[in-house]
Design a protein around this ligand. Structure first.
Ligand code: FPP
Length: 244
């Protein structure tokens, strides 16, 4: 359901008829948000998880087809154990609630990354959520967990070599051996918190993505910030290496 369709031409709103199909976000700035408030970093992640829900719901409401977030990278294991544990707990909480509200929300949930490194309980919850939600056709929410762009590429190539020893790989084949197989490339990648890098996120898939950076910390990110990112995207001239 596109709630804002009728407001298409309202000043300061995106054109809801020309939305990006796929938006990806690096949910950065949780730690700094917490520090500014004298709170533990884990409180920043909890606030970030709430914003994730709000923005995912917004994506569904306005008609974004794919919403992908970087929740935990292959490098994030280097963080203190209690921080890692807190993020895993937030994922567990999200999945528990998603399973309960599934009929109401009708959101397709998918995890991208090597989830075999996660706890058995979490893996079970993930499998259950993915299985039950695969029939839904609203927004598809992709959570990148234990995800790294380089790791994804190496795994993809190795899987291909194992299946077809001695045969050259093509772009199309590699594409189909990534976690994102079947998912269109992100049209727009948003990084909040004033950092200007991709940090190993969707290295292959971002070749022609439009990038949007804002100083807002992820826990402060609102639907208005999302609108601004989409408006900026809509002003870009996407040429994919060609000319117009
Ligand atoms: C980056 O901010 C954020 C992370 C490494 C974790 C993001 C995880 C969540 C928002 C919770 C996941 C759960 C769900 C349900 C999506 P940072 O910690 O690097 O912030 P800083 O740069 O300010 O220190």
């Amino acid at each position: 359901m596109k709630l804002f369709k009728s407001r298409k031409n309202e000043a300061g709103r995106p054109d809801f008829d020309r939305l990006p199909r796929h938006i990806a976000v690096i949910m950065d700035g949780n730690g700094r948000w917490a520090k500014k408030r004298g709170l533990p970093r884990t409180a920043g992640h909890a606030a970030g998880a709430e914003v994730f829900r709000k923005i995912a719901t917004y994506c569904k409401d306005i008609g974004i087809e794919y919403f992908t977030v970087y929740a935990f990278s292959t490098e994030n294991w280097k963080r203190p154990a209690e921080e890692v544990e807190a993020i895993m707990k937030l994922l567990e909480k999200f999945l528990g609630e998603a399973l309960q509200d599934m009929e109401k929300n009708r959101v397709k949930v998918k995890f991208l990354g090597d989830i075999t490194a996660l706890s058995e309980d979490l893996q079970k919850l993930i499998a259950e959520t993915e299985e039950i939600s695969k029939k839904y056709e609203g927004v598809q929410v992709n959570l990148c967990v234990n995800y790294g762009g380089r790791d994804e590429l190496v795994r993809g190539v190795n899987a291909w070599i194992k299946e077809h020893p001695g045969q050259e790989i093509t772009e199309e084949v590699l594409d189909n051996h990534l976690y994102t197989a079947g998912i269109p490339e992100p049209d727009l990648i948003i990084r909040p918190s004033g950092e200007y890098r991709l940090s190993n996120f969707l290295m292959w898939q971002s070749a022609y993505s439009e990038l949007y950076f804002t100083d807002v910390l992820w826990p402060d990110f609102t639907t208005r910030d999302m609108d601004e990112a989409i408006i900026a995207y809509q002003s870009r001239d996407r040429r994919y290496g060609g000319i117009k």
